[in-house]
Write a protein that binds this ligand. Structure first.
Ligand code: PLP
Length: 366
């Protein structure tokens, strides 16, 4: 069975709606991409999922009376293993990467504290704290990059896990691959390093920036990836981890769910689709240049991003600016704790970003 729809019509409807419609609050107003809104707030990728992935998911819905079939899980695991020159024992599949991140925090948090950068991705922190996990935060450098030297100095006998998000969210800044490699090797004797590579495929040099070679070498490193970003499957909730077999086993033992059947089928259809990866990456990079141009035209200089979002000091209350943009149907991030004037803007479709360019300039100068 095949599905027929015209993506361009869907997008045109959205964009027209974004200009004309007012906010209709619903119970779901905090998630998803509400009709008539341009969603530039959660680092999603509206160019996904690919048509092949949608087709695979659609067909897999027929099998959804059953838990995920082992052959489907195995064939996705084999693809991930082959691409990363790892074995299946090195791998974890999870319901979104945030599940694997939370599982690792809980598993290692039972043995000691978790070291985190002062500003980083934190969706798994809340759950971990409620599970009694203790975290110790290390301030960023002045330029808002992660301070590896200070993090290493903060590793004492109580620290069991070090969380490094590379590129970091919300800053978009990326640690140099070899500097992070040296850090991982150096601290690995004392604590495990958990590297969140959600945006790896969007970095300037994904292979150099990735820590998968350390996993292959059996180092004390866990790498977590996701199908939510470059593959544009955030709503399908598939993530994966790569680690030493003993670490992979520990994470699997702390997962709370099983990956869903349509998501797995879509992931399998998209994982080796280099054409889609290149297409998706090119759209993100083009969109990012558009957003950077707009910010610069307005006298702002965003941090250097190797992701599908940019972080910028607006020089004014970022949450108030978020509200003003939302009134114009464009949803961006407001202030983070400790950074009241910084906003994070995610990439949307090119035609959505054209509207963003105009609206941002109007709101910023009003
Ligand atoms: C750095 C980072 N890690 C993980 C995630 C969560 O991704 P997933 O959808 O796979 O749970 C995000 C989502 O924004 C993220 O920014």
């Amino acid at each position: 069975m095949s599905i027929q729809f015209n993506r361009r019509d869907v997008v045109r409807g959205m964009v027209n709606g974004a200009v004309g419609l007012a906010l209709t609050p619903t119970v779901f107003s905090q998630i998803g991409a509400p009709a008539g809104k341009i969603a530039l707030r959660y680092n999603e990728n509206p160019y996904g999922p690919s048509t092949k992935a949608i087709q695979a998911a659609y067909e897999a819905v027929n099998e959804s009376a059953y838990y995920a079939p082992i052959p489907l899980q195995n064939s996705l695991l084999t693809m991930i293993a082959n691409k990363n020159k790892l074995s299946r024992e090195n791998l974890v599949l999870s319901s979104g990467s945030v599940e694997a991140l939370g599982a690792a925090f809980v598993a290692w948090g039972k043995k000691g504290q978790i070291l985190i950068p002062g500003l980083t991705f934190s969706d798994h922190f809340n759950y971990s704290r409620k599970m009694g996990i203790k975290m110790k935060s290390v301030p960023l450098k002045k330029d808002l990059s992660i301070d590896l030297e200070r993090m290493e100095a903060a590793v004492d006998d109580n620290v069991s896990l070090i969380y490094i998000c590379n590129p970091n969210n919300p800053t978009g800044l990326t640690l140099d691959g070899d500097e992070l490699r040296d850090f991982c090797r150096s601290v690995g004797g004392k604590a495990t390093v958990l590297v969140d590579e959600a945006y790896n495929e969007l970095t300037d040099n994904p292979t150099y920036t990735a820590m998968t070679d350390l996993v292959r070498d059996g180092e004390n490193v866990i790498v977590i990836r996701t199908f939510s970003k470059i593959f544009g499957m955030a709503g399908m909730r598939i993530g994966y981890g790569m680690a030493r077999p003993d670490h992979a086993k520990t994470i699997i033992g702390h997962l709370v769910n099983y990956p869903n059947v349509p998501g797995l089928a879509a992931a399998k259809a998209i994982y080796d689709d280099q054409k889609f990866i290149t297409f998706s990456r090119n759209k993100v990079l083009k969109g990012r240049n558009m957003v950077i141009d707009t910010l610069r035209t307005n006298g702002l200089e965003p941090l250097t991003s190797q992701t599908n979002f940019v972080y910028v000091d607006l020089g004014r209350d970022a949450s108030e600016f978020q509200r003003l943009m939302a009134e114009r149907n464009i949803l961006i991030r407001g202030a983070y704790d400790g950074y009241p004037t910084y906003s994070r803007i995610s990439m949307g479709r090119i035609e959505e970003l054209e509207i963003f360019q105009r609206v941002f300039t109007e709101v910023f100068n009003s």
